[in-house]
Design a protein around this ligand. Sequence first.
Ligand code: HMG
Length: 383
Amino acid sequence: MNVGIDKISFFVPPYYVDMTDLALARGVDPNKFHIGIGQDKMAVNKKTQDIVTFAANATKNILTDEDKALINMVIVGTESGIDESKASAVVLHRLMGIQSFARAFEVKEACYAGTAALQYAVAHIKNHPESKVLVVASDIAKYGLASGGEPTQGAGAVAMLVSADPRILQLNDDSVALTQDIYDFWRPVGHDYPMVDGQLSNETYIQAFQKVWEEYRSRYKKSISDFQALAFHIPYTKMGKKALLAALEEESPEEQERILTKYEASIMYSRQVGNLYTGSLYLGLISLLENGQLNAGEQIGLFSYGSGTVAEFFSGRLVDGYQNQLLTNLHRAQLDNRTVLSIAEYEELFNDILDTDVNSDYEDELPYSIASISNTVRAYKEN
Ligand code: HMG
């Protein structure tokens, strides 16, 4: 049975910081951010926008009434949860008007959680081919003002509808996952920002890619030439490239150029957004599909990485007519129509934290946003 991604869309908040401005404010050469890290803009959100509003704003782009009647599972992958107990997927299920007889839950393993959700959705559809699963990866990546990780922040969500006979990407039954108990990046309960060993996280990412890629190649007898493109988890756009370059060392110059050209297509959107954590691989996939000039039938390899760490390499095949399912114009307009913030405005937003212990009403221009807090409960504005 063919199972995979039938629809896909993303949402990022409508404000950003220009990385030249951030570099100058931090006394850093702008080339370090633009070239060394590979980021041009960084998405920033207001306190009235959280992982639920990102998820709702991304999901509303893809669901029809028929989808809402057929979805019987909603999974949110996140590491920016707003409650230790209740899942954001339950709220999303209501906001989207999905039929009641459905499961809704959240999954966690750093940036890998979106892939965990996707693989679980695929397994579910194999048992229940008549149903559909909504998978959303939604996060706010915040490391702190003037911290080492600051230029790798970002925010937003990717929503995917998973079904039988998908119209975009049919996932192959050939994944290799790897779990290693390593503290490269983690966020203890009660901490607003993650603890991160930046260099260890870079090294572990590259090693994890090499391990799953080697295992995948030997298990499935495949090589780079079997793929038209590889998409990576993108904490910053230089990261995937570092892992890729290591894997391409023994390939011919033509083969290297072929794969690196597609890699550039996969990072176009992330360069303007930053790290979405769970959504980053899938923002990269959207960017690749919308800018990579791929043909139906071609194979794409996907590398998912979550600190802590879990990594997975898996693959998919592009379906005939997949281009008709893409929301390219909407996505490009969303990125183009954002407001640039000065560094003072960004720092003010950054420090303006939502206090859920204080009852209050809020105004926000987004279709879905936090309208009020009452008894610690977030009420959402629904358009
Ligand atoms: P840093 O110490 O600020 O930067 O940390 P650096 O000194 O390592 O320099 C970065 C690059 O810029 C280097 O290039 C420099 O040479 C270059 P590289 O050697 O790496 O190719 N550079 C310049 N280039 C041009 N002109 C210049 C210039 N100056 C320097 N003038 C770091 C960077 C990414 C470590 C930091 O920002 C950080 O800690 N970020 C957060 C952690 C992270 O993103 N890790 C990535 C792997 S882990 C992961 O992906 C999981 C994650 O998404 C979380 C999850 O799973 O939930 C993070």
